[in-house]
Design a protein around this ligand. Structure first.
Ligand code: NAP
Length: 282
């Protein structure tokens, strides 16, 4: 029930009507009996500062940012997490009595999901396909959290190289870059890796037959295979990996876990991830 003490959380971006975040957070608030409500606000970049000033004045506990507001929000924060500083973008803000702390939870949510699932990536070689916004956040966080080598394969090699340079210079981690079309390098690197991640759009509807790799025999049962794509929930890559005996992690897990981290920043509580998933995505 909304009452005089209900705390406000928001999502700023444009468009936002399609977002699953209100369902995830409001379900978690209900399950835990927490007096918060999460609402979407369609705010483009040109109105971001006005909206943020308003939320501060109204005492909102925090908010999420989606495109196109993530980069502009970073400049409006008083403090940034290490990953948000490196990436120069923010998807979660905590309002501590008017002091705005900016985080990016895409990467840290992903590594929290791995830890929750018992997947050890520390001191391991991990492969991530993609160098777009989401892959960038995850690759940087994997390096910050102790992966031995982050190997990036991307259609546009220059973008993979730029990401690898950022990791090598700014995280103290180790990264290498290859073109996604380099099948020889892919085979060699995958043979030494324990985790394969698809961070590209390949496999996403309507192109559900597309996949980052063609040779299924490269998938060993010891590999964990994760996909960012959640529409469909089981991509061609995950279906193939499952059939080869690999452990698989789907994109809904990543989506909920990045929210779970924001939830913890705002409420101090752990989101009941499995129950939220059951309720929202059954
Ligand atoms: P983005 O910034 O637009 O990056 C897209 C990535 O996909 C780039 O690496 C791009 O390569 C690659 N790509 C696109 N079309 C391709 C093709 N035909 N062949 C090979 N590579 C291709 O997008 P994003 O925001 O990072 O999102 C990437 C995917 O992750 C999307 O499917 C998105 O829905 C999903 N996602 C999921 C979550 C979650 O919580 N589960 C969160 C964020 C994103 P180039 O650099 O060569 O263009």
């Amino acid at each position: 029930m909304i009452d005089g003490k209900t705390q406000l959380i928001g999502l700023l971006g444009s468009p936002v009507a399609h977002s699953l975040s209100p369902a995830i957070h409001n379900t978690a608030f209900d399950l835990m009996g927490l007096n918060y409500r999460y609402l979407n606000f369609d705010v483009d970049e040109s109105h971001l500062k006005t909206a943020v000033d308003g939320l501060k004045t109204l005492g909102a506990r925090g908010w999420n940012l989606t495109m196109p507001d993530k980069t502009a929000m970073a400049a409006l924060c008083d403090e940034l997490s290490p990953a948000a500083k490196i990436i120069g973008a923010v998807n979660t803000v905590v309002n501590d009595d008017g002091r705005l702390i900016g985080h990016i939870t895409d990467g840290a949510g992903f590594t929290a999901m791995l830890t929750d699932a018992g997947v050890v990536f520390q001191s391991q070689k991990v492969i991530i396909c993609g160098a777009g916004g989401a892959a960038r956040a995850v690759a940087i966080q994997l390096a910050l959290d102790g992966a031995k080598t982050v190997v990036i394969f991307n259609r546009t090699l220059a973008k993979a190289q730029k990401l690898a340079d950022t990791i090598n210079v700014q995280t103290g981690g180790n990264a290498e870059a290859y073109a996604l079309s380099d099948e020889k390098a892919f085979k060699e690197q995958l043979a030494e890796a324990t985790l394969l991640i698809n961070g590209t759009k390949l496999g996403m509807a309507p192109d559900t037959d597309s996949c980052v790799m063609t040779d299924a025999s490269l998938l060993r049962p010891e590999l964990t295979v994760a996909d960012f794509v959640y529409h469909p929930l089981e991509t061609k890559l995950l279906k193939t990996a499952k059939a080869r005996g690999c452990r698989t992690l789907d994109g809904i897990g990543m989506l909920i876990w990045q929210g779970a981290l924001a939830f913890k920043f705002w409420t101090g509580k752990d989101m009941p991830v499995a129950d939220v998933r059951k309720r929202v995505f059954a």
